[in-house]
Design a protein around this ligand. Structure first.
Ligand SMILES: [Fe+2]
Length: 201
């Protein structure tokens, strides 16, 4: 299996987030998850399957941390990708589906923003293949709270490391900045890429 490579940021700065905040988050923390996925997979290639055990075994520890690190990579890539220095108005299929499933953009944004204060790790606007609708889901850590069969369309990181350099404990201000920096093209491209219109309820 080829090693994962860290994806570069699409921008060097975003309104409301300093370059230092972004570089610590992307170049150090995110890049660290990429390295750990590769390290874990290399170790898994040589793990002793005969010692597998649910209380403690090398296989168990490696598989649990594989999920943690890989979701850390995927969630961070989605988070960095779905922001842009040219903040946009909601548009396209995702905006239309938000209005249908949540009542209005404002109702969705109020729910998503409140989830940003309720979660300890992530807020995800996901298209759930099970019912063909959009949902706001929350996760406390990378490998907890994810819903199987749901495609993330917009991802918000609310770990303190995402904003503490710029906002200290004022998480709501950071969430407001994130909402203004959203790149709606990315969500619409994901809808097209995964042909989600075929699954729309
Ligand atoms: Fe993060």
């Amino acid at each position: 299996m080829a090693d994962l490579q860290a994806k570069p940021l699409k921008y060097t700065e975003l309104p409301g987030l300093t370059e230092r905040q972004l570089s610590e988050h992307h170049d150090v923390l995110y890049a660290g998850y990429v390295k750990k996925v590769n390290e874990i997979r290399a170790a898994l290639a040589n793990v002793d399957l005969s010692k597998s055990n649910g209380t403690y075994s090398d296989l168990r520890e490696l598989k649990v941390e594989e999920g943690f690190a890989l979701n850390g990579v995927k969630l961070h890539e989605a988070y960095f990708d779905n922001m842009t220095p040219q903040g946009q108005e909601p548009m396209g299929d995702v905006a239309a589906w938000i209005a249908e499933d949540f009542g209005s953009y404002e109702k969705w944004a109020a729910d998503f923003g409140a989830c940003g204060l309720a979660a300890r790790g992530w807020v995800v606007l996901a298209f759930d293949l099970a019912d063909g609708k959009l949902h706001n889901y929350v996760c406390d850590v990378h490998n907890q709270g994810g819903v199987w069969g749901a495609i993330p369309l917009l991802v918000l990181d609310v770990y303190e490391h995402a904003y503490f350099l710029d906002y200290a404990t004022a998480r709501k201000k950071y969430v407001d900045v994130f909402m203004k920096n959203l790149d709606w093209n990315v969500a619409n491209e994901l809808i097209a890429k995964y042909e989600l219109k075929k699954h729309r309820a």
